[in-house]
Ligand binder design. Structure first.
Ligand code: PEP
Ligand code: MN
Length: 446
């Protein structure tokens, strides 16, 4: 097939309904931005993407565990060295807790370097009688509540690409350049305030340190511990961003999305006949699909038929987000139905998005206990059916924010007023993230 034919096949999505897309006011500026993006180098490489697919295949077989996490919505402003470092450190710490607890390789995937576009329940937002377009993520418009800021601006597509590139560059430096050396396991805790989860982590890190020194004394080669694989992922929502970054791999002639290693389809855009499913079905990347409480076995199987007709190991990750109240009722049937049809996708829990509440003082939040409850429900459902609980997908930050209620610091409704920084959904803070990792490690040990 010629390159032109390959891209013609990719572009069939243009005839289908694409939900959750902005209306760009300036068509010429949009064309310019897309053109500019199409001439930029890929952010990730086909070989890395293939490697992640193989890693995910091992998780689907129960031989590894996926840890996927990061902001609900990254912002350009927060793409600073300190914040990126702390998020990576938090994920590395969680990975250590999980690896040590479960004696299983942990696949680390950030919701990072591209998580800039958000689906919204309404196209508009009204504050004190003023109605403006909803904030759709930094890739589209600004969070500030002014006409100018909320107008969709195509130059943000190009800026988003560059911010993603610098974020990824720093992630690569941190994880390949010494910071992720397992012999530094103790130092990842530094800079975080002293609290119960950090103390528990420190005890674990000291234990690992001793084991490493023992191995050292025995003359074991440590090179495998000095670097770690770290992948990036985001919701492939904004097709005007994803399409120019779809590229043909010169090795094989196949199409890859080069905006991130793993791309996922959100709960609101996973329509079987919609543009997102069609577009992503043409790319070689591992594809995630969010499944909410209304998803039926038939929905899941038809998604597999479209996105993964060959049933390729590691290709599809189903990220379930059922809500703590529903997961025990709905997940076992879904797992059973898919298994009985002979498919073995990777099953991951997102214990965040089914548990949203709004407090009396007006904050969009989640209770840490509900998150934990859904997590436990996920493990119970898999034990019941005999399938593999293959990973977790969480919204988190390395900062000490107060966005989710509860945890051992007992963040209450009033405390939400202190440090609520998310521009979209509430994230677990550093300590809540570690607490969650210890709980998951306990489940994996069972
Ligand atoms: C998200 O991951 O931020 C999100 C919007 O999730 P979902 O598609 O599951 O609602
Ligand atoms: Mn979210």
């Amino acid at each position: 097939m010629t390159a032109q034919q390959t891209f013609e096949q990719l572009d069939t999505y243009r005839a289908l309904v694409a939900k959750q897309q902005p209306s760009w006011p300036d068509a010429a500026a949009l064309e310019y931005a897309k053109q500019e993006l199409s001439t930029q180098p890929p952010l990730v490489f086909a070989g890395e993407v293939d490697q992640l697919r193989e890693r995910l295949a091992s998780a689907a077989r129960g031989e590894a565990f996926l840890l996927q996490g990061g902001d609900c919505a990254e912002t350009f402003e927060a793409a600073t060295a300190d914040k990126i470092r702390d998020r990576v450190k938090t994920l590395l710490q969680m990975a250590v807790v999980l690896t040590y607890g479960a004696s299983m390789p942990v696949i680390k995937v950030g919701r990072m370097a591209g998580q800039f576009a958000k689906p919204r329940s309404s196209n508009e937002e009204t504050r004190e009688g003023v109605t403006l377009p909803a904030y759709r993520g930094d890739l589209v418009n600004g969070y500030d509540f002014t006409e100018e800021s909320r107008t969709a601006d195509p130059s943000r597509l190009v800026r988003g690409y560059h911010v993603s590139a610098s974020t990824l560059n720093l992630i690569r430096a941190f994880t390949q350049g010494g910071m992720a050396d397992l012999r530094q396991v103790n130092s990842w805790n530094q800079g975080f305030v002293s609290n119960p989860a950090n103390q528990r982590y420190e005890a674990l890190a000291t234990e690992i340190d001793r084991a490493l020194r023992f191995m050292d004394a025995c003359g074991v080669d440590h090179t495998a511990l000095t670097q770690t694989e770290f992948y990036v992922s985001h919701e492939a929502l904004l097709l005007d961003y994803e399409r120019p970054l779809a590229r043909i791999d010169s090795r094989t002639g196949e199409l890859y999305g080069t905006s991130g290693h793993m791309l996922w389809i959100g709960e609101r855009t996973r329509d079987l006949d919609g543009a997102h499913v069609d577009f992503l079905s043409k790319l070689r990347n591992p594809i995630g699909v969010k499944l909410g409480p209304t998803a039926s076995t038939d929905d899941a199987l038809r998604l597999l038929d479209k996105l993964d007709p060959e049933r390729e190991p590691g290709r599809i990750t189903f990220i379930t987000r059922m809500g703590a109240e529903k997961i025990r009722d709905v997940l076992p049937g879904l797992l059973e139905g898919v298994r009985d049809a002979g498919a073995q996708p990777l099953w991951v829990t997102d214990p965040m998005h089914g548990n949203g509440i709004t407090t009396a003082n007006g904050f969009k939040t989640r209770r840490f206990n509900d998150v934990m409850d859904e997590l436990l429900g996920f493990f119970e459902a898999h034990r019941e059916v005999g399938t593999y609980p293959g990973g977790i997908h969480v919204e988190l930050t390395g900062d000490d924010v107060t966005e989710c209620l509860g945890g051992s610091e007992n963040i209450d409704e009033e405390a939400l007023e202190q440090r609520y920084e998310s521009v979209c959904d509430p994230r677990l803070n550093h300590m809540q993230s570690l607490e969650l990792a210890f709980q998951v490690a306990e489940e994996l040990k069972r």
